[in-house]
Design a protein. Sequence first.
Length: 167
Amino acid sequence: MGPIAMPGKPASKMVSAKPVTRPQHPPPAKGAVPSKHPAKRTGRGGRVAVLLLACAVLGAGLWYWLKGGAPALDAGAQLQLQMQNAANGQIAPTHVFGGALVVQRGEGRIKVTAENVPSKACVQVGWRLAREGTIIVNGTLPLRLSAARLSELCSGDGATLTWVPDE
């Protein structure tokens, strides 16, 4: 079938009866990966996940706030910290168990003494502080420190624990 003449149009403007084809894109280059467009989300899953995460964060913050912040130190750890602070010049008149906390300075050494320390705390704190200096329990300086020896020296409530920090 040939060109069809349109009424009122010159012959040069004749329309072909051939179907019109659109130009095709060139084939993809060798090794090229065709792009894939992400599928459009139609559900509410993303919003729900964000909402749940926000609730979890708020709940954890509220729980932390109601519990009073960071976990409290046990009494033995508090006594150890008080004795270390006393050696550094931050002296409290009494320690966590209510006994006197005394600091003596002389001959280039510091001695921190905690009086009236319960047996369990004496063993616990004495063992920890022995790594950082010399420990004297109830006036006795043990030649070899062991948990058993420390327990024996600290027996009975009201022990006196003296710590001489290493330089």
